[in-house]
Write a protein that binds this ligand. Structure first.
Ligand code: HEC
Ligand code: HEC
Ligand code: HEC
Ligand code: HEC
Length: 121
């Protein structure tokens, strides 16, 4: 009898613990991200994610997301889906990061626009 209670309580605690972990994983918003997936010619780009997320809607960049909890990696599509612009492209017109990141910096007159300001090293 007693042992059964302990087993049930342990299982219960495990379920609560797992639910909490899932919740944390879901709200996990990376602070700084090194974007180096398509890295070939240029140095990886250190991207201050949280600083951008604090002042912009998530969907400005996560343009396919339905909401805050729906953000996924750009590379789920870009680089896989032939309709999505190619992140390994050199030209500012074909690379989605150049279109989005550099585009906004140019438009706002703030943030890096020169190659080696983003591709450091
Ligand atoms: C606002 C930041 C930013 C600026 C400015 C910028 N890039 Fe990029 N670039 C990126 C990001 C982010 C990626 C994606 C990197 C990845 O996927 O690994 C990228 C990818 C690339 C790639 C394809 C991946 C690779 O390393 O081969 C090339 C080539 C590239 N950039 C060249 C340039 C050149 C040349 C300039 C200047 C004319 C430039 N970039 C300016 C952010 C920037
Ligand atoms: C200025 C553009 C921008 C804004 C705004 C932004 N993000 Fe991101 N986010 C990115 C980029 C770029 C990545 C790196 C994607 C990759 O590596 O594929 C990323 C990655 C993520 C990841 C990790 C995805 C994965 O599976 O690797 C999560 C989660 C995320 N963002 C959530 C958010 C949330 C929530 C917000 C709004 C509160 C937000 N982001 C705002 C550009 C942005
Ligand atoms: C679920 C798939 C998917 C995800 C995830 C995704 N994209 Fe896209 N993206 C696409 C497709 C498909 C297109 C082309 C059609 C369109 O414009 O909707 C596109 C278009 C774009 C464009 C417009 C290019 C142009 O010609 O104006 C930019 C910029 C872009 N994506 C950047 C990003 C960034 C940055 C991320 C991650 C923060 C991201 N995308 C995540 C599928 C995706
Ligand atoms: C909607 C506009 C917008 C988009 C999209 C955007 N940025 Fe920025 N970014 C800014 C602004 C504005 C600043 C300048 C912030 C400041 O000086 O306070 C900035 C600053 C930066 C800085 C310099 C940070 C520092 O500490 O000096 C880096 C690096 C950067 N952005 C990279 C990126 C990358 C990579 C992307 C795409 C994944 C991106 N940004 C997308 C608006 C944007």
């Amino acid at each position: 009898m007693k042992r059964q209670t302990v087993v049930i309580l342990t299982l219960f605690a495990m379920i609560i613990g797992m639910a909490a972990l899932v919740a944390v994983a879901h709200g996990d918003m990376p602070e700084v991200i090194t974007i180096d997936k398509a890295q070939a010619k240029k140095a990886p780009v250190v991207f201050p994610h949280k600083a951008h997320a604090d002042v912009n809607e998530c969907t400005v960049c996560h343009h396919t997301a339905k909401g805050k909890d729906d953000a996924q990696s750009c590379f789920e599509c870009h680089g896989k889906d032939p309709n999505a612009p190619d992140p390994s492209a050199m030209g500012a017109k074909e690379n989605p990061f150049h279109i989005l990141c550099r585009g906004c910096h140019q438009e706002q007159g703030k943030g890096p626009t020169k190659c080696n300001e983003c591709h450091k090293g």
